[in-house]
Each structure stands twice: as C-alpha cells, then as structure tokens.
Ligand binder design. Structure first.
Ligand SMILES: [Zn+2]
Length: 388
C-alpha cells in the first residue's frame, strides 16, 4: 500500500509538470506582465524631532508609473487609519524616490511607531507591494538604557541604575494605588522616557508649555518626563502622575472625542501621586482664607497659563477627587469613568453616578474643606439630605 501511494504521487507530479510545460510553450499570447516583475527596496530614516524620510527603489523591464506609500501610526483607535501618499517621480524602468514627512505638522510623539509599505505599478499593469516594515520615531539625541517590569518599560540616559530602579518602584506603587482607589488596571504596555531635564524633554516636543515636566500620550502608550537624578522625589510623583493620565486615558477613550473635566483628569493624576504635598495644602489654605477658591465648573476647562493659578487648580482638583474617592468610594469612581467612556456631558455623568452636578459637587466640596457657603447652597444641601 505504501509503495502504491508513493507511485500515485509521482504520477501526479509528472502530470502537473506536463501541464506546466504546455502552458509555458504557448507563451507568445500570454500577458507581458508575467515577464515584467517589479523589484522593490525601501527604508525609512528618522531626523528627530523634525522628519521621517521614506525612500523606495523600484526596477522593472516595463516603466514604473506609480509609487504609493502607505503608512499607519500605531495608536489606540476604533478603526485603523491608513494614510496614502503618491510619490512624485519621472516614470522609468529604474526609479529611486523618497517622501519626506514633516512630523512637526501632526506626526507621532517621540517613541511613536509607524508601519509602512510601498505599492508600485508598471506600464504593463504589474502591481507589486513591499513587505510591511516598521520605523520608530526615536529620540536618538540620547543613548537610552532600558528596564522592564510588568507593563512598564522605563528608558533613561542620565543617572545610574538605582535612579531608574527608584522610578520603576514609584511606577509600580502608582499602578497599585490607582487600582486600590479606582479599580483601574492597565490593559496595555507603556514606555516611559525619562529625560535628564525638563529642557531636554521640551526639545523633543513640538508645542512644549513652560511648566510641562511630563506628558502622557495615552493613545500611543508613551510617557515623557524630564527629571534629573537630583530631584528624584519629584520624579517619583511625576511618574505616578503621568501613569494615571495614561490609564484614565485608556479607560475613558471613546469614539466621540469627549474627554474628562480637567479637575477630574488632573485630580486623579495628583491623587495618584500619593499624599497631598505641603505646597498644595498651603495654597488651598491661602485660597480659603482669601476667598479665592476657583469653582469646580471653572476647573472643568483647561487650567490657567499663569503658574500660581495653575498650581492652585491642581491643589483643588486633588482635594475634589479626594472627596469623591474617600466619601463615595472606589466603585462610584469606577462607574464615573465608565460613564465618561460611553461619552457623556460632565454634569449628566455626575448626576447619573452621584446624584448631583458640578455645582452640587462644588457646594459639597467647599463644605468638606470648611468653607462657609452661601445660604442658597445650604438650603440646596438640606433639601438634598431630606430627599435621600
Ligand atoms: Zn497632569
């Protein structure tokens, strides 16, 4: 039996060979395209932080008439967005062309990854595609070292290993604290680039703000922080702060472009850093004393560019979120984030979960920190208490 099967296979093989020979012998009438394959070669070069140049070389017996670059910037998205670029070149049998992407006009963040491929066509109608390659928009101005623990990959170039280990420990603690306070757990891996100073980091950003010490690109799973080894304690808080932004970004990402009120976004991030700082406590005390507190509703919009007002805004946001977590619990906070994930108006989301809107929250919060509140607000609180 065994022999017979082998024999059959061999017969089939010769039969197929015969068919192939017959087909190739009628070649004169066959399309030219089969005889005009396209050879393609491509690569990409990063000029950080300004551009990425994609180069392609194409050769064929028939003139190359079309070269299109396709690329995808890796990011959290509901639909994959493929960009297409038609390269400019003189048609010919041997073409060498490139396309320069000026990433200063809406490119990937530092560390962002791009998948790309080229599609070529020649005059005889042959279409050929390169394999899909990847290029990382890495900040090659520095020599990065890397450590990984769980979902966190931490990269740094200034300071020794113990400096990096301390920041990694702060990252792990931050994740743990966030999980305890809000139930949030990361779904993906994150890369944290630790720059040696705020100045170094700002050199990597297109639109740096004066007071930016860290930034989280949540959809790209990338965090940048500028921290020199001599301000380690600040660095630990910054790592926890930006990680919180990253995770809340993941939890509340939606298709409607609706975000969180800034007091919630920054309140969670500062709360995630750990106990309130004495600086925040002093700012709060002074604002209460001078009757200069900013309302919850005002804090739902981006904070003031003035650094002192911005600091008070962070201190208040911490205090507001602390009230929500400590008085109403982790499950309600988790629910609030989920309502925002579905896409919701700020006041509606609060009412749905807590039964009061931003003004109601403002009243409760002021009362919780010992601020005398207006008579109308007292009545509102009493009515709310009666109706519960
Ligand atoms: Zn922040």
């Amino acid at each position: 039996m065994r022999y017979a099967r082998t024999h059959m296979t061999r017969v089939l093989f010769y039969l197929l060979l015969a068919v192939a020979v017959v087909l190739s012998s009628v070649a004169p009438g066959a399309p030219v395209s089969a005889a005009s394959p396209i050879t393609l070669d491509s690569f990409a070069q990063v000029a950080f932080p300004t551009s990425i140049t994609f180069t392609v070389k194409a050769q064929s017996d028939s003139a190359i008439v079309s070269l299109r670059l396709h690329y995808i910037v890796e990011r959290e998205n509901f639909a994959t967005v493929v960009s297409e670029v038609w390269a400019q070149f003189q048609p010919g049998k041997s073409v060498d062309t490139q396309w320069l992407w000026d990433v200063r006009k809406g490119g990937p963040p530092p560390g962002g990854r791009i998948e790309y491929w080229w599609i070529a066509e020649n005059a005889s109608g042959t279409r050929s595609e390169t394999s899909h390659l990847k290029v990382s928009f890495e900040d090659s101005r520095y020599k990065w070292q890397s450590i990984t623990n769980g979902v966190v990959n931490l990269l740094w170039y200034k300071g020794d290993r113990s400096f990096a280990d301390s920041l990694m420990a702060a990252a792990q603690q931050g994740l743990q604290r966030l999980n305890t306070d809000t139930g949030a757990a990361p779904q993906r891996q994150v890369r944290i680039y630790i720059y040696g100073s705020a100045q170094d980091m700002q050199g990597a950003l297109q639109f740096p703000q004066e007071w930016t010490g860290g930034v989280a690109f949540s959809e790209f799973d990338i965090i940048l922080i500028g921290v020199s080894p001599d301000i380690l304690d600040w660095g630990k808080r910054a790592v926890a702060h930006e990680l919180t932004h990253w995770i809340t970004g993941q939890l509340t990402f939606n298709n409607y472009g609706a975000g969180l009120p800034v007091w919630l976004e920054e309140g969670l991030a500062t709360y995630g850093e750990g106990p309130i700082t004495s600086q925040y406590q002093d700012l709060l005390a002074a604002a209460i004393r001078d009757n200069k507190l900013i309302s919850v509703r005002t804090l739902s919009s981006p904070f003031s560019a003035d650094s002192q007002t911005a600091l008070l805004s962070y201190a208040e946001s911490h205090s507001i979120v602390a009230l929500l977590i400590q008085t109403y619990g982790r499950d309600k906070m988790a629910k609030l984030l989920d309502v925002f994930h579905q896409g919701s108006d700020y006041d509606d989301a609060l009412k749905q979960v807590y039964g009061f809107d931003q003004d109601g929250l403002d009243t409760r919060w002021r009362q919780s920190i010992g601020v005398k509140i207006a008579q109308a607000a007292v009545q509102e609180l009493m009515l709310a208490a009666l109706s519960v």
